[in-house]
Design a protein around this ligand. Structure first.
Ligand code: FAD
Length: 302
């Protein structure tokens, strides 16, 4: 979707929005799949309610992108624009045991910044790519921990009120790769409360997690992490592996030969290739094990 030619472009500029016409989602996502659209960088958080109001009143559909590491985007000209917060470094401020973090901050960078300030707990998240905002939305987690456990406050744009509000941690439900935020809510900042730990000890934990990832995941290939959620009491990856589907291909999409729940783009995979592979694997798991696997990856179709 292109808005560059509309008068609305001028109004967006007044609201501190940088318009990047014709951005390729293949270049903005870790799967390297996706078509083109206009990208709007929100340079002033506070203007988000007005920006969204303007887009809605002009009937311009929009979606919010973080680091693009958990989305599978359709190909071709996209019928919505992309909103994004520009990256910040480090985007973290420490006060006692609390870290105040911008949603645009890099998740791994945040874990390390907190570690250097002797705040631990998030070692498992090292190696999870993407932004802190995306991690909040997905309740990212690994190796027995999840970010939601440390959330004390979230500042967000709430679609229901059209305003920026602050929620206390206990007002949000953080479940396995799912949260109670409304689909159109946009996280802007978070306050995390983290346990004190000596830097050296946190580094040891980080090293262990890094080694586990390196040993089991296709880190140098284009993926979105795990494609499916694990059903209660079962492992999606183990079931796919038991069906001998590692290396199974559909066009340019392939089940990783290192980790059966990672599907990789081995060349010029299209969104349709990846979706066909996902459906095929889901069907085989359903037939053999009786589980209906739910996507962990977020699919953006038209
Ligand atoms: C190699 C690899 C390993 C991975 N390992 C793990 C793992 O161990 N554990 C795990 O949980 N995940 C893992 N992932 C998946 C992914 O990295 C996480 O889900 C990550 O938290 C997504 O963040 P993002 O900023 O990239 O979100 P995006 O992919 O950009 O977006 C994901 C969803 O969040 C929404 N979103 C993003 N930012 C915001 C915001 N500020 N406000 C509101 N909504 C927002 C988007 O609209 C979208 O619906 C892995 C991915 C890769 C590629």
């Amino acid at each position: 979707m292109r808005i560059s030619h509309l008068p609305v472009a001028g109004k967006l500029a007044e609201l501190g929005v940088e318009l990047r016409p014709g951005a390729s989602l293949a270049e903005l996502t870790s799967l390297a799949i996706g078509g083109a659209t206009d990208r709007l960088l929100i340079r002033r958080y506070e203007s988000l309610p007005e920006v969204i109001h303007l887009l809605d009143s002009e009937a311009i559909p929009h979606r919010f992108l973080g680091g693009g590491t958990n989305v599978l985007v359709t190909d071709g000209e996209l019928p919505w624009v992309i909103l994004q917060l520009p990256s910040v470094n480090p985007g973290v401020r420490i006060e006692g045991n609390c870290a105040f973090v911008d949603a645009a901050a890099d998740l791994g960078g945040t874990v390390t910044f907190c570690a250097k300030n002797n705040l631990g707990g998030m070692e498992g998240l090292i190696g999870v790519p993407g932004s802190v905002g995306g991690a909040l939305r997905m309740n990212a987690g690994a190796y027995g921990m999840q970010i939601g456990s440390y959330v004390r406050e979230v500042e967000l744009y709430r679609a229901a009120s059209g305003q920026i509000e602050t929620l206390r941690g206990e007002q949000v439900r953080f479940d396995y790769r799912h949260t109670s935020f409304a689909p159109e809510d946009v996280m802007l900042r978070v306050k995390l409360e983290l346990p004190s730990k000596p830097y050296r000890q946190i580094l040891d934990g980080i090293r262990v997690c890094n080694e586990k990832r390196r040993a089991s995941q296709p880190l140098n290939q284009k993926s979105a992490g795990c494609i499916f959620k694990n059903p209660p009491g079962a492992s999606a990856g183990r079931m796919i592996d038991e069906l001998a589907l590692k290396g199974h291909r559909w066009g340019g999409a392939m089940v990783s030969d290192r980790h059966a729940n990672f599907f990789v783009n081995i060349g010029q995979a299209t969104c349709e290739d990846m979706l066909a592979l996902i459906d095929d694997v889901r069907e085989r798991v359903q037939r053999s094990f009786g589980f209906d696997l739910e996507n962990e990856v977020i699919v953006w179709k038209n």
